[in-house]
Design a binder for this molecule. Structure first.
Ligand SMILES: Nc1ncnc2c1ncn2[C@@H]1O[C@H](COP(=O)(O)OP(=O)(O)O)[C@@H](O)[C@H]1O
Ligand SMILES: [Mg+2]
Length: 254
């Protein structure tokens, strides 16, 4: 069953000055099946963040529909939207969006505090995630006291701690060195093996090669996709790299 169904999404931004229009998404249609691990690649400015914000119900499409488990986002009342999001989605933002006046731990606990969970349960959920992300020693620190990579790992922990059905991640390895990237990819694979669905925007061929499917977006449209099939990570890496080369050299569909 499709957990997420995106149909004919268009997004046009009207800029504040002069009324210029930017067509960030032209016509995006795809489904994500329950339990899939999908990577989205595309050049800067191709509409990836716009798409994720719409999928997280943080922004509305100009037209088109998004169904999450057959529920139409546009039909969810504004007052229920935050709860719907909290109960179904985990989001790793490109800009991390950690609160500066909260420790990393309090940032990570925040969605659960809002859901009324007790400290003991929150803590027992946090420990294994923090260990895998190697932030156990940093939990009492504040965002301004840690590096970009450490903030990114805290943001990932915050997205995972609610055990969401669908995890949306915008460049989750963008601020990480190669060792932290490997750890994060291992964690994502383990989370996906446990049944959670992942949709991850990435620039990294390595990160994409861990997914089951890679979607390529260009000029606001999905123009190509690669299914892993029986490929190993190394083989998928090669296919993704070849596709990006083909894209960069202006070739058409592979
Ligand atoms: N809030 C906004 N107002 C106007 N234009 C925007 C806004 N957000 C993004 N854009 C434009 O939409 C296009 C897609 O942006 P974005 O979704 O951030 O791309 P990506 O994440 O792939 O780099 C770009 O041309 C960008 O400048
Ligand atoms: Mg972006």
């Amino acid at each position: 069953m499709a957990i997420l169904s995106v149909k004919n999404i268009k997004k046009t931004y009207i800029t504040r000055f002069g009324g210029n229009q930017v067509q960030a998404l032209k016509n995006v249609t795809f489904d994500v099946e329950q339990g899939e691990y999908v990577a989205i690649m595309g050049e800067s400015g191709s509409g990836k963040t716009t798409l994720l914000n719409i999928l997280a119900a943080l922004d509305k499409p100009t037209s088109g529909t998004v169904l999450l488990e057959n529920r139409d986002f546009s039909r969810i009342k504004e007052s229920e939207r935050a709860i719907f999001r909290r109960d179904n989605l985990g989001f790793v933002f490109q800009e991390f969006n950690l609160l500066d006046t909260f420790s990393l731990q309090d940032n990570i606990f925040l969605p659960l505090v809002l859901a009324g969970m007790d400290y003991k349960t929150m803590n027992s959920r946090l420990q294994p995630i923090a260990e895998k992300l190697e932030i156990t020693q940093l939990l009492q620190k504040f965002p301004y006291e840690v590096s970009g990579g450490q903030k990114q790992r805290a943001a990932v922990a915050r997205a995972l701690i609610t055990q969401p059905k669908l995890i949306l991640a915008d460049e989750p390895t963008g601020a990480l060195d190669s060792r932290a990237t490997d750890e994060l990819l291992r964690l994502f694979s383990a989370v996906n093996d446990g049944g959670q669905t992942i949709l991850m925007v990435t620039h990294s061929v390595k990160a994409a090669s861990h997914a089951n499917r890679v979607l390529f977006i260009r000029d606001g449209e999905v123009f190509h996709q690669i299914y892993r099939g029986t490929s190993t990570n190394e083989q998928l890496y090669q296919k993704v790299a070849d596709t990006l080369t083909m894209l960069a050299t202006g070739g058409d569909r592979a």
